[in-house]
Write a protein that binds this ligand. Sequence first.
Ligand code: HEC
Ligand code: HEC
Length: 221
Amino acid sequence: MTMTNNSIIALFMMIMSMHSLADTIDTTGQAPYEQCGYCHEYDGNSLMPSYPRLAGQTSEYISKQLRDFRAGKRHGQMQATAELLSDADIQIVAEYFSSQPVIVRSHEKLTAKQTKVAQQLIQQGDGDRNIPACVSCHDKNVEGKKTFPRLAGQHQVYLLGQLLAFKTGERANDDQQQMQQISRALTEQEMRLLAKYLSSLEAPESQRKQSLNRQIGQQDG
Ligand code: HEC
Ligand code: HEC
């Protein structure tokens, strides 16, 4: 037992010194999505609130964001990682994360009144203030379609951060500035409520099972 441990440690030390000699992390043989796990978790259900969940996000949206980060159209911590991705890598990571099952861990409780206000904006919007219903673009269960992102089950902190960034124009990679206009029409209180409500939405059980089966199927084949 001790012998085994010692040889593992020796091997580890050897690998580490090889790495420090090369002054880089050797990613040879790693799938392009493996490095993403440090921040987004390997199944894309990131635990840290400022790192967005990628699980169940549409592959078209993931690809668009990575291309935007790479081109400097969207800013932030992701830019450095995105700059290293080839078009082929982007395709692989987008498909990988979009097929991961969504695991919602939010324990937010909203009052009946808060739920009603959030649902009203999401389902109907507010015509008087030119706010279209969120579902008209983000799909009927706000689970996203094509380049319209999934919002259901996303981290509250992240959602609020993005709405505020659209409002100030700090994030401006939305085509036709749709989200910049909508976020300017929303009050900060509404944004907080929407972020809280959206983060608590779980995928229907049937869908969670489906994506799990799909994942198991992929591993078998
Ligand atoms: C060092 C931590 C870190 C690593 C590693 C990382 N990301 Fe990110 N990622 C972030 C942060 C933080 C954001 C939030 C965007 C920002 O910086 O404003 C983000 C945002 C994203 C977004 C946008 C999500 C959305 O909802 O708009 C995508 C897509 C993404 N990352 C994919 C990836 C992929 C794929 C990899 C691996 C190739 C990866 N990330 C590696 C930290 C990381
Ligand atoms: C006219 C279409 C449209 C409507 C309506 C709309 N959105 Fe969006 N939204 C988008 C698009 C497109 C993006 C992605 C922009 C991009 O390419 O980066 C987006 C992105 C977002 C994001 C960032 C998500 C992420 O993962 O980074 C949030 C949050 C968001 N929308 C919230 C809302 C809310 C809340 C509403 C309703 C009040 C709403 N949106 C209504 C089109 C729309």
